[in-house]
Structure formats: C-alpha cells, structure tokens
Design a binder for this molecule. Sequence first.
Ligand code: PLP
Length: 491
Amino acid sequence: MLPFKSIIEIDKHQKSPVYLQIVNSIIREINSGRIATGQKLPGSREMAGLLNLNRKTVIMAYDELMAQGWVETHPSRGSFISTELPKVNYQKIQPETRQKGQPALEKCGFPIVSNRYLEAPVYAEHSMLEIDEGSPDERLAPIEDLYRYCKAIARSKAGRKLLKYHDVQGEISFRKSLSKYLSETRGLHYPDENIFITRGSQMAIYLIFNTLVKKHDNVIVGASNYGAANAVIKNLEANLLKVPVDDNGIVVSAIEEACQRTNVRAVYITPHHHFPTTVTLSAQRRIELLKLAEKYRFVILEDDYDYDYHYSSSPILPLASLDHQGLVIYVGAFSKLLAPSIRIGYLAAPMPLIRELRKLRKIIDRQGDPIMEKALGEMIREGELQRHLKKSVRIYKERRDLFCRLLQENLGDHVDFKVPAGGMVVWTRFGKHIDLAELAQALKRKKIFIGIQKDFVLEHNAIRFGFASLNEREIYQSIASLKETLEELVG
Ligand SMILES: Cc1ncc(COP(=O)(O)O)c(C=O)c1O
C-alpha cells in the first residue's frame, strides 16, 4: 500500500477544510503519476485511522473525488482511482490578454457618449488616512457576529433554500423584524408588505425616482443637497428646483411658492440631519410640509440615512410617522449603522408603489441577499443590533466632542461650525481666503484624504468632516495635519 500518511498533507490551521485538503493531495499525486489509475484506495475507516481523522471527513473527501470523476466505487470491492481520469485543460494566456502591470484597455470599438449628469466616483487610496463625509467606523461593527448568524442559517435546511431565486422585495422574516423594529424605534407602523429591502438607501432613492418621476417633472430639493440624489433626478432629465435651507431645515414657505408657480411631483428631504448642513427640520415645518403635500399632491421622499445617531436629546420622530395619507415614502439603511459595504437598506411605501417597485427591481438586480437579510433580522430580534447602536452612539458622541474641541482650538481662526446635535459629520465652513481644492491637494501629498464636493465649495466653501470613523489618535492626527497644511497655505 502507498504511504498515504506522508502523501496526504494535512494542516488543520489552513483555511480550506480538511476533506478538501485530502482531495487536493490525492489529485496532485494522480497528476504527478505517483498514484496510478486503477489503484485501490484504503477503505474510509482504514484511511481515517492512517490519517488520524474522523471517518466522516474521509467519506466526504471520497464523495468529492467521486463527484469530480477521480475515483470510482465498485460495490463490495471498494474505491479505486478511475481508469478514465477527468481531463484538465490548461488555457494558455492569449497575447491580447492583459498582463500584470499593463495599462487598462482604452480602445473602444463602438461609439460611447459620456453621461453628462453623472460624476466619476473618487476614492481615498488605501494607504491614506481618510476624513470621510459621514461613514461609521467599520472597526466597531459586530461583523463576526453577523457572519456567524449567516453561517448558521446557510447550514440549516431552510437556510439553504434561501440560495434559490428569492422574493424581489426581501426576505420575509427580516421584513417582519424590521416592521417591529421601525415601530419600536421610530413610531412607524408599516406591516411587512409595505417594506421593501434594497441594497442600501441609494438603491431605494433610485428605484423610487425612476418609478415616479419622468422627464421635465419638477422635483424640489434643498440648496445644497445630497449629490447622489440630485444625480438620480438629473439623470431622469427632470427639473431640480432648489429651495433654501436655514437653521430650521428646508424652508417650507419656499416649497409652497414653487407649488403656486408650477406642478411639483416630489420633494426630497433629509429632515433628521439635513444633508449637508446637519440641521434638523423643525416640528412646525414638518406639519406644514405634510399639509402642503396633501394640498398639492406631491410625494415626499424622506431619506432618514442617519436616524440612529442623535446625541443631545431624543431624536424627532420621522415625518412618515405623522403621515396617514400615503404621501411620504420612508427610506433608511443599515450601511450607516454597521458598515457601508453591508448593502442592506429599505423603503416603506403604500402598496401601489411597492407593486411598481417590485417590477423595476427585478430588471436591475433581481433580488437582495436573503441569507444576510435573515441574519440581520435575527440580530435585531436578539437585540444585538440595538446593543451595537448604544455602544456606537456613546463612542461617536465622544469623538464628536473631541473633534469639535480640537477643530475650534486649532483651526478656529479659519473655520466656522456648530457642534452637530446628531449624525456623523461637522459641517465646516472655511474663510473665503482658503482654496479648498488646494487644501485637498496639499493634504493628499501628506497621505490625508478629504472629500470635497463642488456644490458645497461653490455655495458655502464648506466640507462635511466625518468624525465617527476616526478613533482618538486619528482625530488628533487629522486636525494636526489640517492645521499644519492650512498654515503652509495661508500663513
Ligand atoms: C443622505 C444620504 N442618503 C443616502 C446615502 C446612501 O447610503 P447607502 O446606499 O450606503 O445606504 C447616503 C450615503 O452617504 C447619504 O449620505
């Protein structure tokens, strides 16, 4: 018998499962000719003894080898290396194929017109310290717990079924958990039928506008506003009507004036912390806005992207909690609660819209990720998400206070800001003598990334400084670099 104990290499610390290590060792030995075709393999019990493993592991390995065609089993005689081995076709790299280090393929054999409504995304390089525009600290997120739930679900018989094509509107037990969660945390009473799971709130915004808004329709937004929402509206060739935003949020009397002048199809708002300035829409204006919507029959898209983060008092309930006429569509997400790349968001809306959204989603993305959704639903039911939120709010409040104190002490002569009552950013206006594009470039040379938005610079010479994703050391480093660079630029 061949010395299988030395042929088969097993490392229990390796990431790949032990049974696959057996499979790979045997295939390698067959290919090298050390194990001949027709050779008999020891029985599973014997092999398990030789390798000091559980017999089940060896059975799994033999089953896999059989499924791949390397091994055949003859009843009562045992398992043998197949006489007809599977052919492995190695593909040669073609000369046209891109080699490592080659520039990307630019030649385009067909006409293409660049989209004038959309901007190319810009990201920080990995080696940079990024002062972002309002992201959570993914290092705090209970990601291992989330994947533990996913693993348990995927292992179960019912969970496996979630790998099939699934409901375009989202996994049902998650929608039920979310329905309860929204009712308990923000006074929203939507049954699961009215909740639609998306890949983040951005997809929700896209689906809603693409369903409701047509070319030349008028859509009202604040001046300034969240750029990616503006881009969705512009991309539809609808008209963006910008109305002022003051310390009480979007100016509702300006919306009314617009309604008197023209037909308004929709109003997009971020009332909890207006994007970008972070102000909260006052209770008075919320009521006025709802009355206006009822009078002029426009739809309100309430993007509640960072509802969970409020530090000074209890958060104001969403506008949607006051709506009994089906005028408000509510949008939220877990990307700001957990991590941006956990792509789970949702919208809540009346059924006629939900039915339309189901059709549109199906041709874009087919469905979300039901295993992840179910896992998140279980974490909500177990209270794990709520515990994470409590912890994050406490930490972000400390970070906000530190960031604002250092900003005032070190850059107070150049900037103007208010300590935000909630959210993850400080809306920071710079003196007119400071060129923000130049500041961003100078910081980039020092491996610090700040995101600047053309509109915010033009209209306010301002930046959204995200404090939540920076730990204490990073906050000190960011402010020190900002101070040093500003002094180099303006003295
Ligand atoms: C106001 C607002 N809405 C929506 C989004 C989209 O978030 P996501 O798609 O990650 O949930 C963002 C992201 O920064 C945002 O700031």
